[in-house]
Design a protein around this ligand. Structure first.
Ligand code: ADP
Ligand code: MG
Length: 373
């Protein structure tokens, strides 16, 4: 059990200097830049971001597998910068389950415990405790080659927790698995965490995984922290366009807009489109006539309606996913995606009327991408 803290952590790989030049070098030299966060004891933290944003580097620095360029990492009050990986009391499970092929699953799980001279009876007890948690108790006599991908990943995670680490680190543990298996194992990881209550960090590029598993999500881009918060916070109150577009499937619409002042208040307008959308009251204090903004709205927060007062817009794309329909509507140069669970059909060129849930719209500075509030 542990609280984990990163203070102004930077990482530059020694070989990056040689690959980059000039301005690019100065901007891109760091794989992780000024990363600071604290995670409470027992919490489940998701580090989320696109490929190459520095997630694995962060995890490897916490594990002690990668030297940090600057900053400090603490477990509870203790700075672990200079501790060897084996002295950090950390359990690790990576995407690649490096199980020893000649050994049985039991011996794979026992391997590190034997190395620590744990008596056989205690090893048996430790394995007996974790095997049912990850449903590997039926597999203990088998060799890795006889296991499916999902089963190997369970063993991999069981091996990480069998030593009762203070901190469990999981790097994309589900990304090799197919859809159904991912969902099953995701639920089991969650249940396992509830039982062992070990502070856990999972790294993933999959927002569904991060949203469903974590108490706290850390969203990274280009080595930098963008936002840290509960899944609901990052979903409902994204601090910038990047987070807004990254969390949520299908993604939030982000449409260039100009605010217009009319007698009845402010409106969003869109270049080359007659569509006008009322600006929510909470934004009126910061709005002004002719102000350029980016309007953010999630596809399910725009309704298709038949009230005549709303503005008609032409359908460009229609997709039927069975459980929901997605309709793409032309708004000026851009495409506004709408999802509906109603059983509707539109052909491209049809005209529909739209009703925006004004309270669910977001406003961003189009130059910086930062949320206005
Ligand atoms: P993620 O896990 O988010 O996909 P990584 O932490 O693996 O990202 O990588 C972050 C950045 O650091 C990338 O630009 C990657 O190319 C670079 N990088 C990762 N590992 C090394 C390494 N061993 N040597 C040099 N550059 C690396
Ligand atoms: Mg990675």
């Amino acid at each position: 059990m542990a609280r984990i803290t990163l203070k102004n952590v930077y990482k530059r790989y020694d070989n990056t200097e040689k690959k980059l030049f000039g301005k690019k070098k100065a901007e891109n030299a760091f794989a992780v830049k000024d990363l600071s966060f604290t995670c409470k004891d027992h919490s489940f933290i998701g580090i989320l971001g696109p490929s190459g944003c520095g997630k694995s580097t962060t995890l490897r620095m916490v594990a002690g597998l990668e030297k940090i360029t600057a900053g400090q990492i603490f477990i509870d009050q203790v700075c672990i910068n200079d501790l060897l990986p084996k002295d950090r009391n950390i359990g690790l499970a990576f995407e690649d389950y490096a199980l020893y092929p000649p050994l049985t699953i039991y011996d794979n799980l026992a391997f590190n415990l034997k190395a620590k001279n744990m008596p056989p009876a205690e090893i048996k007890k430790a394995i007996g405790r974790v095997a049912p948690l990850l449903k590997v108790d039926e597999l203990l006599h088998m060799k890795p080659s006889a296991l499916s991908g999902g089963q190997k990943q369970r063993v991999n995670i069981a091996r990480a927790i069998v030593r009762q680490p203070a901190l469990l680190l999981l790097d994309e543990p589900l990304s090799h698995l197919d859809g159904k298996m991912r969902q099953t194992l995701r639920q089991e990881i969650k249940r396992m965490h509830r039982e062992i209550e070990c502070t856990t960090i999972i790294v993933t590029h999959d927002q569904i995984e991060a949203m469903s598993l974590s108490d706290v999500i850390i969203i990274m881009k280009d080595g930098e922290l963008q936002q840290m918060g509960s899944p609901l916070e990052v979903y409902d109150k994204p601090v910038n366009e990047f987070v807004a577009g990254f969390i949520g499937e299908p993604p939030m619409n982000l449409i260039p807009s100009v605010i217009a002042k009319a007698e009845s208040g402010f409106f969003f307008t869109f270049k080359g489109s007659p569509l006008r959308v009322q600006l929510p009251q909470r934004y009126s204090a910061l709005a002004s006539d002719a102000m350029a903004v980016t309007l953010g709205v999630r596809p399910m927060d725009v309704r298709i309606t038949d009230t005549d007062t709303s503005t008609p817009a032409p359908v460009a794309v229609y997709e039927n996913f069975g459980d929901e329909r997605r309709v793409g509507v032309r708004v000026g140069d851009g495409l506004l995606n709408i999802t509906t669970t109603e059983d509707v059909f539109y052909a491209p060129g049809d005209t529909i009327r739209l009703d925006f849930n004004a309270e669910k719209t977001h406003l961003f500075n189009p130059e910086t991408g930062i949320a206005l509030s």
